[in-house]
Every structure is written in C-alpha cells, then in structure tokens.
Design a protein around this ligand. Structure first.
Ligand SMILES: Cc1cc2nc3c(=O)[nH]c(=O)nc-3n(C[C@H](O)[C@H](O)[C@H](O)COP(=O)(O)O)c2cc1C
Length: 193
C-alpha cells in the first residue's frame, strides 16, 4: 500500500471515540512520545505557547473525568464505568507567550490524535472541561490556562462517517453505531472552472 493510502487510512480512522475498552493500560512514556511529536508541529510565528500534562494516575484520572461533558448531541447517551478512557493529555496555554494558541492547539491535538491511531489507540478531544478545577488540581500558575483535554484509550465502538443530510449532528443507530455526518466534497470544494 502506498504511503498516501496509509496516511488516508490513519486520518479516516481517527474519529472521536467515547466508548473505550476496559482494563487498558497506557503508559506515561507513550503519552510523552505523542507530546514529543506534537511539540515539533507548525506554530503561528513559531511562538509555541502550548504545554501538556500526561495523565495516567488512577486518582487524578477520576478527578479529571468528573467535569467532562460527553456527546452533547446525544440526549440519551451515557458512558458506562467500564467504558471510561485509560489516559488523558491536558493541553495548556501559556498565556505569558503571545502566540496563536487557538490555532496551534488544533494542529497539535490532531497530531496527537493521529499518533494515537497509529499506536492502536483512539481518543476524543474535549473542550467541555472545568478549567478552574484543573488549575487547582494541577496547581497551575496563573499564566497557565487549561484549554482542552484529550481522552485516550482503545476504541470499543463502531463509528461510521456518512454524508450530511439535514444537519451535522452526530447520532446513534439502534445497535449503538455512532454516525458522524460530514459535508460532501461537492459542498466544500468551490470549483471555479
Ligand atoms: C475543539 C473540539 C472540541 C470538542 N469538545 C468535545 C466535548 O467537549 N465533548 C465531546 O464529547 N466531544 C467533543 N469534541 C468531539 C466532536 O464532537 C467530534 O470531533 C465531532 O463530533 C466529529 O466527530 P469526529 O471527530 O469523529 O469526526 C470536540 C472536538 C473538537 C475538535
């Protein structure tokens, strides 16, 4: 298979996963490996305002999990105890550096998500976090602002990408399959010729 096909497969298989396999241990070293890649990606003006915390400790994971809001579009969905993530990476903005953290974080987080897929893991980027609680939990200095958390584990759900019909809201099928509508190429490609 060509390198491009490998790349396409990794990108297409990098979905936001919310049901993880139980009893999975992700070592801190593996998270650090992903962070080590993310620290080298493009950054506006190369200012690199982002910092990271790799979270594998059980007690801290419990605290980190508490405020998370999962799958806002699914009214009747809940994550079971044995479906919780195995590890997390907290993404932090160092506000003492005048950079482009909103954009840099997207590039860095997708890189981490792709790396996780390549390692056989899956993840979910979450913006619905409790920034104040995390600041206290990790004793972060004032200039360090939590932005996002990436939940990681081994995927334990079926996810299918479908064309957008009425709206872009993701939904679940009867057997629990998670459907993610994406806009068609013809909708996003402006073909001027
Ligand atoms: C910036 C950002 C913030 C997100 N925040 C949350 C969140 O708080 N909770 C959640 O369950 N999913 C969150 N997601 C996941 C999106 O819902 C998910 O990416 C979207 O449904 C499309 O699915 P896909 O990633 O598989 O393409 C977030 C994704 C991004 C990129």
């Amino acid at each position: 298979m060509s390198k491009f096909n490998d790349f396409k497969n990794i990108v297409n298989n990098t979905r936001c996963v919310r049901r993880f396999k139980p009893n999975t241990i992700i070592k801190k070293d593996e998270l650090v490996e992903l962070i080590d890649i993310a620290r080298t990606v493009s950054s506006g003006k190369n200012m690199q305002p982002l910092k990271y915390i790799a979270i594998t400790d059980d007690k801290i994971k419990d605290e980190v999990y508490k405020p998370l809001v999962w799958a806002a579009h699914l009214s009747n969905w809940d994550q079971k105890e044995n479906e919780k993530p195995s590890a997390y990476i907290l993404v932090i903005n160092n506000t003492s550096i005048e950079g482009f953290s909103a954009i840099d974080s997207g590039i860095a987080m997708q890189t981490i998500m792709l790396g996780a897929t390549a390692k056989g893991y899956a993840g979910c980027i979450l913006a619905s976090i409790d920034k104040i609680a995390y600041k206290q939990l990790f004793k972060l200095e004032d200039h360090l602002e939590p932005m996002f958390i990436i939940a990681l584990g081994i995927c334990n759900e079926e996810i299918k990408v479908v064309d957008v019909k009425d709206d872009t809201n993701y939904y679940r099928g009867k057997n629990g399959t998670h459907f993610v509508p994406k806009r068609r190429l013809s909708e996003v490609l402006i073909d001027e010729q």
